[in-house]
Design a protein around this ligand. Sequence first.
Ligand SMILES: Cc1ncc(C[n+]2csc(CCOP(=O)(O)OP(=O)(O)O)c2C)c(N)n1
Ligand SMILES: CC(=O)[C@@H](O)[C@H](O)COP(=O)(O)O
Ligand SMILES: [Mg+2]
Length: 580
Amino acid sequence: MEGLLDHINSTKDLREIPRIQLPKLANELRDFILDTLAVKPGHLGASLGVIELTIALHYFYNTPVDQLIWDVGHQCYPHKILTGRKNQFDSLRQKGGISGFPSIIESEFDAFGTGHSSTSISAITGMAIADRLQGKTNQHIAVIGDASIASGMAFEGLNHLGSTDLDVLIILNDNSIGIDPSVGALKEHFFELETGLNHSFFEDLGFHYKGVVDGHDFDSLFQSLEELKSYPKPKILHIKTVKGKGYANAEADQVKWHAPGLFNKETGEISSSKGTKISYQTVFGETISQLMRNNPKMVAITPAMLTGSNLIQTQKEFPERVLDIGIAEQHAVTLAAGMAKQGVIPYLAIYSTFLQRAYDQVIHDVALQNLPVVFCIDRAGFVGSDGATHHGILDIAFLRSIPNMVVAAPMNEQDFQNLLYSAQFATSPISIRFPKGNTEVEALNLNFQSIEIGKAEELNSGTEVAILTFGTIGTRIQKILNELYSAKFGHYKFLFAKPLDTEMLRQIFTQYQTIITLEDGVLKGGFGDAVLEFANDANFKGNIIRKGYPDEFLEHATVEELEEMVGLDEESIYSLLNSL
Ligand SMILES: Cc1ncc(C[n+]2csc(CCOP(=O)(O)OP(=O)(O)O)c2C)c(N)n1
Ligand SMILES: CC(=O)[C@@H](O)[C@H](O)COP(=O)(O)O
Ligand SMILES: [Mg+2]
């Protein structure tokens, strides 16, 4: 039987539906998202939670003329479906398909690209100023979650916007959770607002505040939007929603259903995609726990990625030494610097892509003072379906240029343990980058050997071509060389892109005429460039071939597809070696 959603291909179609039928549309939209995500995985809970809000906003406002920004953007699925992308929705987050985040290239309804949190208030303020300067009278709305509004960047935006007379509406979508349970003082304030115990801090910042409104009730939403429209100044609509709304499994375990992977909609069973091999994240969590048992000075910090960084068990064991400080990457880095200054050993677990936000803190607060903070850089390299906003492609390049910084990457799980172990004795900042995904082993054997900082290792000696690897790509090379069985190729494992093992490099320069470098990061400024710089200084006359990521933002696809696209998959490397 045909439903309302079948007839909606644009917001114009949506606005023709009588208001009374919108709850029915919401149910259809929920089913549509659940049916699709069960087989095409993505961010489920956040999208289910904003279905009524999304319908109400597109129904009430004249999008895309009116500008609507979704902070983080992981909740944008109902928005995409209602704004002309229903028929492409089953291509979500796949190669060539639609993105999991708003993208200005993908649709005029996606007013601003997001993926990293807490940018929406600044962006919508900028857009409102620009539109006013150009004589436009369109509306400006940003939707931001309770965890995202607690981040520094959101506060900067509020501080500015609240001092203006811009007609901008900020909708605080408060579901009392981020990916993991919310942390910090602001959540208590939101709770007090909900229970009527306090007046809002937003009013003190210059906003007209309306709340707390039931974000699943159309009448309340429309009444609130109507009322706020007549107030042409900065304003906040504080709504309360339930993450995972309408799907009992997702409501019951909101952390698990934030992005559950493949699942059976009827039974709620989530498919295990783990396989038999252990992941780098497992190695990380278990190693950190073990190291903390032996070293009371160690502390672990995560900016809002407790589950993703696999620190849940460690936190259970050491509740006072594992800190989830919310979406606050800049604070996390300087917090770690403060701890290191006072003699504690901070291990900061941070995704490569999110570390980008704290670049100045890494330079000014950590490296400049040569403080031994351990940066455990997760999701380094391609991350797959999250796409361009989330790939961890730049960290080698942006860290290598910072004085005092050690830049390390393991080739396998044993190197990883050893690096994490050795980092507690570091006398300068050290970064250890590792990918999302599996190691080559099925069980973890926790044992640690000390690693000398800056030391490379010859794994195979060859006659003509030296292959220099930085990171887990080295494991692929080992496999290929074992199969090729050619004396031509030597393989050198560089655990450090900085400091470089210059002694080993000199030896390589005398022994080989051709050098190949491989890394899972952008080539510009990366490990290969480091080798190239040194080769130039050492007057090496041979040939250097660098393999890594190109100078562009690559979109969503599986990691395997992306590696194939950049020529780092097994077959491409075989072809390269065979051509030499
Ligand atoms: C700068 C940055 N840090 C971390 C993340 C990872 N992240 C994505 S969603 C999310 C939680 C967002 O919570 P909230 O804003 O409350 O939205 P909800 O998921 O509850 O709708 C986090 C930490 C991110 N996208 N950007
Ligand atoms: C929206 C967002 O930024 C996170 O949910 C991110 O997708 C998490 O990535 P992992 O699934 O790799 O932890
Ligand atoms: Mg939330």
